[in-house]
Design a protein around this ligand. Structure first.
Ligand SMILES: [Zn+2]
Ligand SMILES: [Zn+2]
Length: 493
């Protein structure tokens, strides 16, 4: 067993693989987690380097070891990934063994959220305070360590002493934990062990993709994504952590706003933004599932948020909410199927008003810098609050924007007062938007609104995590080798 780079990048390994005694005994080449060939072995964009180029050269083993059967294994691969794997490994008419990706004990939903975690997670915090160690188990996946830490700190400050299953203050009795590649080993072992027990103390785990392959988790009822995964395969795999131990119904809910999707693939963007088709079908059509033969969920509300809307069972359980967050009166839910005609004149009017708003917000901010001595941010950061990009995003979705939630759905804004200003502008241009006039100079006693802007940006480390998920590389096996390995072909003999 070895990493492809060791097989192919060093002469010693190549020599070993091609010597006769070895070749004689070798009866099978197995490529495990083969979807990484497609994700890591090739450049994401033209002109970029592949993250692990050796992954795309596994086919070379055929010329080294001769005629030996080759098997490729993966638990999640879309149709296009499967074809890419077969091409890359030079498989000619291979035998395919596939299990359906459909899990009928799972309900799928998506929900637009606002910038405020206190609003998003209010119900979950209450539940933890009340039920502590008896809270239903939830995993919250985040895309970066930064967001994971941000959310964990939020729960910590909301819960205080209520974060423990008893009053001991024993760190091993926390009901909320976080998991990523940088936590210390002791904590890691404790979390893995606790999650492996159906009634373990950890009830809410906030995690990156590092909490992934090969882990054993029991009794998970809900998997939330605080911001969607990078692609559908990762999403399917992560959402699969719920409902493994029994056939009880469990939920998989993506919480998102436009700003949280900068790093996402187009498929997953359309998965979360789609609101007129069964979500399970949108997900599974990418995984070779014959949608015609897909058994209809019974009752329909068990399928997804779209099917729930059309469910006619009239049972008590039909009213359930996928994920209870708190919307205030100014934040109505998204208006999924609503749409308006926009004339050229209205569009021009809207454009002009949005540009005016952009300047006004900037002026307002600069005044605060002068008067209140708040920290000065760079122009880039300022336009990050509401700049040309946002104006264009608003304009290209103006047919579908009716509520503040719609704005979070389509525009990269992470600031409630800015979103309210934009909606107010809509009210001035279209008569179908019901808004009250915002306060002349919205109260900004919290400068963190601007500071929060980059929370969903990816720094170098995170962009690796988001796009190509390096976290999985920090395994015990890998630490045996030098981390800077890609070009170690100069093995001297
Ligand atoms: Zn459905
Ligand atoms: Zn129903």
């Amino acid at each position: 067993m070895a990493h492809p780079r060791h097989f192919f990048s060093t002469k010693r390994w190549r020599a070993m693989l091609s010597n006769d005694p070895y070749k004689k005994r070798l009866c099978l080449v197995a490529v495990d987690e083969a979807h990484w060939i497609s994700h890591w072995g090739y450049a994401m964009k033209k002109g970029e380097m592949a993250f692990r180029k050796w992954f795309s050269r596994i086919n070379e083993i055929r010329s080294i070891v001769g005629k030996v059967p080759l098997i490729a294994l993966t638990a999640t691969a879309t149709t296009s990934t499967r074809l890419k794997i077969m091409r890359s490994l030079e498989m000619k008419s291979p035998t395919l063994i596939m299990d359906s990706a459909n899990r009928d004990n799972k309900t799928y939903a998506v929900q637009v959220i606002t910038p405020d975690p206190a609003q998003t997670f209010k119900t979950l915090v209450q539940e933890l305070k009340e039920h502590k160690g008896l809270t239903e188990r939830t995993i919250i996946y985040c895309q970066t360590i930064k967001v994971t830490t941000f959310l964990y700190s939020f729960f910590m400050s909301e819960l205080g002493d209520d974060m423990y299953i008893d009053n001991s203050g024993d760190p091993k009795k926390r009901t909320v934990e976080m998991f990523h590649s940088r936590i210390d080993d002791l904590n890691r072992d404790h979390i893995l062990e606790s999650m492996g027990e159906p009634n373990g103390s950890v009830r809410v785990l906030i995690a990156t993709i590092a909490y992934g392959m090969g882990i054993d988790c029991k009794n998970v009822k809900t998997v939330l994504h605080y911001g969607p995964s990078y692609n559908l395969e990762t999403y399917l795999q992560e959402s699969g952590r719920a409902g493994r131990s029994n056939h009880e119904m469990c939920k998989s809910v993506v919480l998102y706003s436009s700003l949280m999707m900068k790093h996402c693939s187009e498929e997953i963007k359309s998965y979360v933004r789609e609101s007129s088709t069964c979500r399970r079908k949108i997900l599974l059509k990418n995984f070779d599932v014959d949608l015609e033969k897909l058994p209809a969920a019974e009752p329909a509300h068990n399928c997804c948020d779209f099917c729930k809307k059309n469910c006619k069972c009239q049972g008590d359980c039909c009213d359930f909410v996928f994920f209870k967050s708190l919307f205030t009166d100014i934040q109505e839910g998204p208006t999924d199927c609503l749409s308006r005609e926009v004339s050229d004149a209205q569009r021009a009017n809207l454009r002009q008003k949005l540009h005016y708003l952009k300047k006004a917000l900037r002026g307002q901010y600069l005044r605060r810098v002068r008067l209140e001595n708040v920290p000065m941010f760079t122009p880039a950061k300022l336009s990050g609050a509401f700049g040309d990009l946002h104006v264009e995003q608003v304009l290209s979705n103006c047919e579908k924007i009716f509520t503040v939630t719609d704005i979070f759905k389509f525009v990269d804004i992470w600031n409630l007062s800015v979103a309210l200003e934009v909606l107010f502008t809509f009210g001035q241009v279209f008569c179908d938007v019901d808004v009250c006039e915002p306060v002349e100079e919205p109260e900004h006693n919290d400068t963190s609104e601007f500071a929060d802007l980059d929370i969903f940006d990816f720094d170098i480390e995170d962009s690796v995590l988001a796009g190509i998920q390096e976290e999985m590389f920090y395994t015990a096996e890998d630490s045996l080798f030098a981390p800077n390995e890609e070009e170690s072909g100069s093995d001297v003999e």
